[in-house]
Design a protein around this ligand. Sequence first.
Ligand SMILES: C[S@@+](CC[C@H](N)C(=O)[O-])C[C@H]1O[C@@H](n2cnc3c(N)ncnc32)[C@H](O)[C@@H]1O
Length: 280
Amino acid sequence: MATNHKLIIGNCMDMGEIPDGSVHLAVTSPPYFNAPFDYKNLFKNYDQFLGVLRKVARESFRVLAEGRIFVLNIDDMLVNGDKFPIVADAIKIFQEAGFRYRDRIIWKKPDGYLRISRRSGVILQNPYPMYFYPDNLLESIIIFQKGKFDYKSISKDVREKSKVDTKEIQSKKWYMTLWEMNNVMPNQVLEKDIAAFPEELPYRAIKLFSYVGETILDPFAGSGTTMKMARQLGRNSIGIEIKKSLIPIIKEKVGFNEQKRLDKNDDSFELIERERGWIK
Ligand SMILES: C[S@@+](CC[C@H](N)C(=O)[O-])C[C@H]1O[C@@H](n2cnc3c(N)ncnc32)[C@H](O)[C@@H]1O
């Protein structure tokens, strides 16, 4: 079955092009609040960051169909020595928008992700109390739900076509609240300067929380990882991205650069560039 993929260039605080109740799953990772390397000083202050999340939560609640899931990859952020409680605040914000808070999964990156940094090395230089500054190799994957899902609303045929492989669930331990997944390596061309999540994250979310032929939304599309996995798994996708310069990256990643368009199946790609609200 052919799938379609829509990229909207603009600010996801407004999802005007997307009708109420038309999305079946959202998977996303917002920009980390002023992350020292990736997003230094992107937001004026923490309240502005939370304001963006609030608007996205409300719009997502509107566009999601009843019973459907929002998967939010986010984590507390250390800025100038103070940790911002982003996970706790995001949970409150999504609850206030109407979502149920269903679960929290911890994503553990491989131990080798961090070498002993200047920060965590302080205790080795000064092995005394009060010199402890640990490095973080965890992120949160928070699962919200809009109301309750009606399992009977899915036809037998679609249910069977979307069946999840129990061997994969068991061998990769999807059934626990700890997911061990590799991060994207910093030298990847398509993800350069984009804090991309690994394909495994939307892959699991899409398989676990959507049926084939349904529509997956990523309001902070970045390099288009969610859209790519949606296509690969026979789902439609909608991505919203504020940075216009990412259009060719996303097209390439999702498989719609000119060359591939000629030889690939009937899948379609639509680009909507808003008049305002985007950045270069
Ligand atoms: C953490 S990255 C997402 C990476 C993505 N998960 C991937 O795998 O490539 C966040 C993205 O959100 C975009 N962004 C930030 N604020 C936005 C907004 N208000 N509306 C739409 N996109 C936004 C950034 O330009 C960035 O590409």
